[in-house]
Each structure stands twice: as structure tokens, then as C-alpha cells.
Design a protein around this ligand. Structure first.
Ligand code: MLC
Length: 503
């Protein structure tokens, strides 16, 4: 089977039912049925074919959340074109790398985002494609695709400073979708409020795929913004919501009576992409009358572990491995640890990707992403004797801010290119709202200029990667091997506050 088969459960079998609500450019709300989505995507699939874009080709999506993203995604799935989503917050340097690595035939984007795409890259305008598609036939498009063929390449932040493309197959996505439908009881009766970006697996693989496979109704918004989301909770009346911890933290600012009303109509809140603080879990339960279901996944594996729908959703824990997913916790010597002992989590299953595009691996010791068929996640975890898994930090330097991944090396490389900067180390520091934020410790010559450094970062990196502070130090603490010992860096002075929340 292929992804199109499980989407047919709705696109074909529920053709006359309302599928999607979204905002038109003029601010009004449009509704499409599953049948209309099927016709639109067939037209786009034919259009791509007439432009010579075929099975196995890569197509870059540098697009915000909008209906054309869904049309194009479905079209690609139908004809076997491999989707390469690009974070809309990425800038020229980051996009350049993804394009050089994945070699897409073109990048589809909007007029607003076009200036960020490096000039040498072939670009397709999303509005032009949408209007050209209207001339195409809307009849069913069908290509025989094997489940092990890639459906998407998802770029994750790279330890080498450059991101790596996780190749996810139709089978990976299907296994994930079927698991979530069953384990989270998602049905046609649900109403899903989609606020997460479609360019990551949380919004795409969990959100869009379970919507299409279940045949429920989705309200798509361009991005999460607390007051807007609050209004939609009341007008659209969703039953299902997926968020990152930063989003749940922000929802805690809603007035109590509104939170209570929202809670009464909701069925399930799921959190993932970063650890959910127990304080947020408890405060949310108190305020909304709902116990958030926390789960654990990665771009490379989709969803691995989830708290149960029925039974205890344990604060601080991510629950049990999902059906078909095998999990082991290994010590430094690669041996399985006992219950309650911390080790590195490794996973195996139909959800686990087949490797990085072009075989990019991690540098240094323990370089292989797979050992004996097990994918090493880089996350540290322990298993309780009753089977619940708890994450305990990371083996790698990854920083997660607002649910977006950042590798310090990416920021360090940009800073090292700046005049006056001799050495840099970037670390994540705790932040109540975003979980973590990056800060840079810099050894610099006299010409060190904070504004210029920030400016250089702004030009080259996504906004969520901006260091919150630049701290000048005389030298970096290094061990005998020359490796920076981050725990010996001087403590931070109070950080400048984040801009006020837009409520
Ligand atoms: C933030 N910005 C966005 C954006 N999110 N712009 C477009 N689309 C988005 N989705 C921009 C803002 O406009 C602003 O730009 C800047 O980023 C900071 O915005 P903010 O609202 O102050 O940020 P914040 O308080 O941090 O909250 C943002 C957020 C966002 C939580 C809504 O970070 C978000 O959508 N996170 C979800 C990430 C995600 O989906 N991760 C899944 C990865 S998959 P300016 O110019 O005004 O500064 C994965 C696997 C798994 O990890 O298990 O799920």
C-alpha cells in the first residue's frame, strides 16, 4: 500500500463530507469537501507531470500553512514526487544547504518568501501553479508506488552545523498514522484545530495524516497565535488539538472561564516535540480540566512512545512504546540497562526512517545512526518497572526552543565568520516560555560588537536561533583534549526579557 490508499478512505469514500476550513486572502473562511480536495490535488498532480516533475524527483516546499500546501502535498504523494519541506523561518544560508543537499527540481514558494530563496535556485510560484492547475483534468490520478519509496525528506538540525535530511517512506508515515488513529481514538467525529507548521512531522505526519485517514474535519490556520487560537477554540469548537509545550504554556494565560469552556468541548490535547514541564501539565489540568497526553517522537522516527488514552497519563513521562515500536535503553557499552537506570534510547520499527539522504552520519565516535538495526536517538531515558518511559535529557548538544530544534554548531559557525571573534561556544539555557534558548560565549578581540553579531545571525539564521545573549569571556574552559567543558562556563547574568506575549 501507499499513502494515497489511506488518504482515499476520506478523499474518495467520504467525498461529500466537509473536510477543511481555511482563511482566504480576503479574511473570509472557505470550506472544502474531501471530494473537492481530491479533485484539486488530481489537477495539481497532472500539472506537475506536464512540467516534467516525476516519481523520485524532489520538490522543495517553502510555504506557510495554506490550502495549496495540502494540494501540492497530496499531488506529490499520488505521483511519487518526494516532498522536501523547508521551515519558513529559514534564511538563505539554511535554504542553500537544503537545496544543495536534496537537489530538488524546484522550490515552490510565495511572493513574500521568494526573496529568501537564493537566486540560483529554480522557483515555482505557488499562486501561479494554483491557477495553472485549473486548466487540468480533475479525474483520479494513480501511480503504483511501493511502500518503501520515500515520501518526504525532512531536514533536521545537524550536529555538523548543517542539517541532514531524514528520508521517510510511505510505510513510515502509514505506520505512524494507523498507530495514532488507534491509540488516540481519532475518528470522523473529531474536529482538529491545526496550528502547527506543516513543514515538520508534528504538523504533517501527525496532524494532516490523521485528519486525512480518519476523515474528520480540520481547521487550518497559518500559525499559532494565542488570542486567535482562543477565538477559534470557541468558534470552530475543536475536539482534538496537537501542540508543543510553548503553546500550552501560552494557553495558560487565557481567562479561567474561557479555559473551562474550551476544556468542556475538547476531547484530547496532545503535547510533543519538546519535554512538557510538569508545572505546565498540572496548571493546564487545573485550568482546562484536561490531562494533556504527552508523547515522544522525532523527525527520523515519527512517533515512538505515547502515554495511554485510557489509564494514567503520567506527568513527566512519555508512556509506553506504540504498537510495532521496539525500544531499548543501552549503556555506554551498548548493553541493556535495568529498570530505573538511565541510558540512551534506541528504537526499531516500521515508523523508523531508512537513513539520512546521501547517508550523512553524525561525526566523531558513535557516528553510526543505526547500530545492529537500532536507531540511536541521542535521547537519554529510563524505564520504570511498570513500563512507563521517562526522558532524562540528551547525549547530544541539541537545543529545543519552542519545539524547533537547534544545534549549537550552526550558530557557532556563523559567529566564527565575524570579525573579531576568535572562539565561540553556544549553549542552551532554560527558558520558562520556550523551554530553552541559545546563548553565545565569545572570546573576541577588541572589535567585538554585539549588534553586528546579532545582525549577522539575523541574516543567516532562522529567528528562533538568535542567541538571547552574547557573553564575552577571556577563554573557554577546555579539558586536556581541547574539548569545551560547558558546565565550567561562568554563570549567566539575568537575560533580557522576551518581547511581551501577543494576546
Ligand atoms: C514562530 N514564528 C513563525 C512561526 N513560529 N512564523 C511563521 N510560522 C510559524 N509557525 C516567528 C514569529 O513570527 C516571530 O517572528 C518569531 O518566529 C518568534 O515568534 P513568537 O510567537 O514570539 O515565538 P514563540 O513564543 O517561541 O512561539 C512560537 C510557536 C512556534 C511555539 C508558536 O515556535 C511554533 O509553531 N513551534 C512549533 C514547532 C514545531 O512544530 N515543531 C515540531 C518539530 S517535529 P519575528 O520576525 O516577529 O521575530 C518534532 C518531532 C516531534 O520535533 O516529536 O514532534
Amino acid at each position: 500500500m501507499q499513502l494515497a490508499d489511506i488518504f482515499d478512505l476520506s478523499l474518495v469514500s467520504r467525498a461529500s463530507f466537509d473536510a477543511l476550513e481555511y482563511d482566504r486572502a480576503d479574511g473570509s473562511v472557505a470550506t472544502l469537501t474531501f471530494g473537492e480536495l481530491e479533485s484539486r490535488s488530481n489537477r495539481v498532480a497532472r500539472l506537475l507531470a506536464t512540467r516534467g516533475i516525476a516519481r523520485g524527483d524532489r520538490l522543495g516546499f517553502f510555504l506557510p500553512n495554506r490550502v495549496e500546501f495540502l494540494d501540492l502535498f497530496l499531488a506529490c504523494v499520488k505521483i511519487g514526487v518526494i516532498v522536501v519541506p523547508i521551515n519558513v523561518l529559514y534564511r538563505e544560508r539554511e535554504i542553500d544547504h537544503i537545496v544543495a543537499d536534496s537537489e530538488p527540481v524546484a522550490v515552490v514558494t510565495t511572493r513574500e518568501l521568494r526573496p529568501f530563496v537564493p537566486a540560483a535556485i529554480p522557483v515555482l510560484d505557488v499562486d501561479e501553479l494554483a491557477s495553472a492547475a485549473l486548466d487540468q483534468d480533475s479525474g483520479r490520478v494513480r501511480t503504483a508506488i511501493d511502500g518503501d519509496e520515500p515520501a518526504a525528506i525532512i531536514y533536521t538540525s545537524g550536529t555538523t552545523g548543517r542539517s541532514k535530511g531524514a528520508v521517510l517512506t510511505h510505510n513510515n508515515f502509514m505506520a505512524n498514522t494507523v498507530n495514532l488513529l488507534m491509540c488516540w481514538r481519532i475518528t470522523t467525529e473529531d474536529r482538529y484545530l491545526a496550528v502547527l507548521p506543516l513543514f515538520h512531522v508534528h504538523g504533517l505526519g501527525n496532524g494532516v495524516h490523521t485528519w486525512l485517514a480518519s476523515g474528520c474535519r480540520m481547521r487550518l490556520v497559518e500559525r499559532f497565535e494565542a488570542s486567535r487560537a482562543a477565538a477559534l477554540f470557541e468558534s470552530f469548537r475543536p475536539t482534538l488539538f496537537f501542540g508543543v509545550p510553548t503553546i500550552y504554556f501560552r494557553l495558560l494565560d487565557l481567562p479561567d472561564d474561557q479555559a473551562r469552556r474550551i476544556g468542556e468541548q475538547m476531547r484530547l490535547f496532545v503535547s510533543g516535540s519538546a519535554p512538557l514541564p510538569v508545572t505546565v501539565f498540572e496548571a493546564f489540568r487545573e485550568k482546562f480540566g484536561h490531562t494533556i497526553l504527552e508523547r515522544y517522537g522525532m523527525s527520523e522516527t515519527l512517533m515512538n512512545i505515547s502515554n495511554p488514552y485510557d489509564g494514567e497519563r503520567r506527568p513527566g513521562s512519555v508512556g509506553f512504546p506504540l504498537p510495532g515500536v521496539s525500544v531499548v535503553i543501552l549503556n555506554e557499552d551498548g548493553e541493556e540497562v535495568d529498570d530505573d537506570e538511565v541510558g540512551e534510547l534506541s528504537v526499531r520499527g516500521p515508523n523508523v526512517f531508512r537513513g539520512y539522504w546521501r547517508g550523512h552520519d553524525l561525526p566523531g565516535p558513535n557516528a553510526e545512526p543505526f547500530v545492529d538495526g537500532w536507531f540511536r536517538t541521542g535521547d537519554l531515558a529510563k524505564r520504570a518497572s511498570d513500563g512507563y518511559y521517562t526522558l532524562c535529557g540528551r547525549r547530544t548538544d541539541l537545543i529545543i526552543s519552542g519545539g524547533f530544534n537547534i544545534y549549537p554548531r550552526e550558530i557557532e559557525e556563523v559567529l566564527l565568520e565575524q570579525t573579531g571573534v576568535r572562539e565561540v561556544v553556544v549553549c542552551g539555557v532554560p527558558d520558562e516560555r520556550r523551554g530553552e534558548v541559545p546563548v553565545a560565549y565569545i572570546v573576541a578581540d577588541v572589535s567585538f560588537n554585539e549588534a553586528a553579531l546579532l545582525d549577522a545571525c539575523r541574516r543567516s539564521l532562522a529567528s528562533f536561533k538568535m542567541p538571547r545573549a552574547f557573553l564575552r569571556v577571556e577563554a573557554l574552559p577546555r579539558n586536556a583534549l581541547g574539548k569545551v567543558q560547558k558546565h565550567l562556563l561562568p554563570p549567566l547574568p539575568p537575560l533580557p526579557p522576551l518581547p511581551p506575549l501577543k494576546m
